[in-house]
Design a protein around this ligand. Structure first.
Ligand code: FAD
Length: 318
């Protein structure tokens, strides 16, 4: 199905859609995607594609012209989309990728499943080891790409295998050892799209697991800004240091550019407190990096993924 944006939003004759293969899912042209991210900022996707299922995704990748860039988005809890939008096709995995099922002490999850859904599925089955996922507000696909983690556990500790589709539409089953997983990093080529994963849990007590998940939620309420437009931790912790402490020591707590602000509560979080643009948020992040470098000599690494084009120029993809 092809859905065209109203004429006033339509780009003048890009014709990209005419070059894309037929699919069973949905194409949207010049699609607004800011609302698909936590920051709620950024320009449109030239085309947004929601595959009907994995076979549809494979057919799309195998059939698309090789020069068309493809970007996959989870629920955008770690992503800043630049104001000029994303050229090419943005893929969003929908319901067909959102299941979580128990098989003995294993959990099979689609890449579009929320981490919290996977944690809750394990808890209901009396399986322990995946509680940490309940505090991470992303999808399994985003979690694999970021090797997401919290409270001393990360994806690689519980992963048995991940299934991914390469840019030609070939399916790969990957073991953690093949994936180059390290702190907030995954070595699988950026263009590969995860479609599902299998996780190892252990038999435990449902009530104890539920309590651990409640404790995680309470700890987050205490230490992190909630119900705000943010991308979570902006910068990765440098070896042996805490990014928030370096940012605090550099005097950046509460710093603002436009409606972008360094959180007062947790200063490794950047917030959109009103009508911030992606440029405001990215500039604020760069200013924080500059001040931290000046005060400590340490260059912070962006953990948040910045994707797409700046408004003023047509380059700048990260
Ligand atoms: C309030 C808050 C708290 C957070 N706390 C934590 C935390 O404790 N620990 C932590 O690790 N992170 C945390 N994060 C960051 C974020 O939730 C994680 O990085 C999460 O794993 C991102 O998942 P997502 O679906 O939102 O990915 P997105 O932000 O949509 O995408 C992130 C990256 O993953 C890629 N990606 C997404 N889906 C796929 C796929 N199917 N195949 C291949 N690549 C894919 C995207 O292209 C992008 O590069 C937090 C964020 C917020 C807003």
């Amino acid at each position: 199905m092809i859905i065209l944006a109203p004429p006033r939003h339509r780009k003048p004759m890009t014709h990209l859609i005419e070059r894309l293969p037929p699919v069973r899912g949905e194409y949207r042209v010049d699609a607004s995607i800011a609302q698909l991210t936590w920051f709620r900022v950024g320009g449109p996707a030239e085309v947004l594609f929601r595959p009907a299922d994995e076979a549809d995704l494979i057919d799309f990748l195998a059939g698309r012209p090789g020069d068309v860039p493809v970007t996959v988005l989870g629920v955008g809890s770690n992503t800043l989309i630049r104001d000029g939008g994303i050229p090419g096709v943005v893929i969003r995995l929908g319901k067909a990728f959102a299941s979580a099922m128990v098989d003995g002490e294993r959990i099979m999850a689609g890449a579009g499943a929320l981490d919290v859904t996977v944690a809750a599925t394990a808890q209901r089955a009396g399986l322990t080891g995946l509680e940490f996922l309940s505090g991470i507000p992303g999808t399994i696909g985003g979690g694999l790409r970021m090797n997401a983690g919290a409270y001393g556990s990360e994806i690689r500790d519980v992963l048995i295998s991940a299934r991914a589709i390469d840019p030609l539409g070939h399916v790969h089953t990957l073991a953690p050892a093949d994936m180059g997983l390290s702190y907030r990093h995954c070595g699988v080529p950026e263009e590969w799209i995860f479609t599902s994963a299998v996780f190892q849990a252990r038999t435990g007590d449902s009530a104890t697991i539920a309590q651990a998940m409640t404790d995680i939620r309470d700890a987050r309420e205490d230490t992190q800004p909630r119900r705000v437009r943010t991308g979570g931790s902006t910068f990765a912790n440098p070896e042996g240091r805490k990014a928030w402490q370096l940012i605090d020591a550099a005097g950046c707590r509460g710093l603002r550019i436009g409606d972008a602000q360094v959180s007062e509560k947790h200063c490794n979080f950047l917030l959109n407190i009103g009508d911030a643009t992606a440029e405001d948020i990215e500039s604020l992040g760069e200013e924080v990096r500059r001040r931290v470098r000046e005060s400590s000599g340490i260059t912070l690494r962006w953990e948040i993924r910045r994707i797409g084009q700046a408004k003023a120029d047509s380059g700048g993809a990260a």
